[in-house]
Design a protein around this ligand. Sequence first.
Ligand code: SAM
Length: 344
Amino acid sequence: RHNSQGDGNFLEDESTKNFARKVADHYSARSNQTLEEREASPIIHLKKLNNWIKSVLIQLYARRGDAVLDLACGKGGDLIKWDKAKIGYYVGIDIAEGSASIFMTWYQSLSGLSLGFLRRSRFRPAGLKREGIKDCRTRYNGDADHHQRRKKFSFPARLLCGDCYEVRLDKVLADDAPFDICSCQFALHYSWSTEARARRALANVSALLRPGGIFIGTMPDANVIIKKLREAEGLTFGNSVYWIRFDEEYSDKKFKASNPFGIEYTFHLEDAVDCPEWIVPFHVFKSLAEEYDFELVFAKNSHEFVHEYMKRPEFVELMRRLGALGDGNQDQGNPLYLCYFNFI
Ligand code: SAM
């Protein structure tokens, strides 16, 4: 349906852009929480665990001085992790204006922002408050009620608002590339609404990473989601903190191998997410990635990941410091998959 054109552009259609807008609107509308709100969140443990996973990935693969590309970077929750890894340069891109606004205030004095690629008018959610700048100032100034202390980062950064799965980033970031490491945390599955977008995501990363550069990411585990769907009575399943709902279109719970893109479900995660997402069949993803010169180094479910890295004392200590250790409630049913790729 969405084939590559000769010039390296992929054909897109309006419905795809509407989907992307839905996702953007959802994330733009979310504002930062106070420490109290955060600690009272029904998914606080999951958030801490996810932070541990990202910290471990970053500690394992980032090297001092690395140039980092953070696709779908969100509200900057990982900046401190990158800072600890002593990276040399950071470029973050997110489609949600709220998220990107935060970054702009933080960083505009450090680096020139490429405003030409902001999608403000298209992606501004109608009738929503512009919380981004306010949240950012709170963070930056270290409001007493807020968990973020004032923080100066040791690396220069460039922050952009845009659709990473539509825009040709090699053109936008021609002066910033090549990158040593590309990270896409909890967001790559938003590119699987169409083949064109999935290809654009991979083409972007491939074009911007240096040979031998690392691509790390996390996304939902499609195997777990489909298994749970098949075990469920209807088309909805979940637990006390999340639910996933498939459309009637999938009432036979079968998915055509001939069209592995655009398999949509609604994901609701208490206090965090409520928007359309797409299944990423891992074997298809792996072979598509190979077309863009990626070699899979490993893919692990989060449970396997925790099991493996909790054997290392430094990561046990990290889990303890993050407050994620010890209440025996590490599985809140979050169907995550971790994978990273080594570009050759
Ligand atoms: N990576 C961040 C983290 O780990 O905290 C944010 C993860 S959040 C679950 C998903 C992010 O993906 C949101 O900030 C959302 O705006 C972003 N996103 C979704 N689709 C996108 C797209 N097409 N281009 C850029 N960002 C996108």
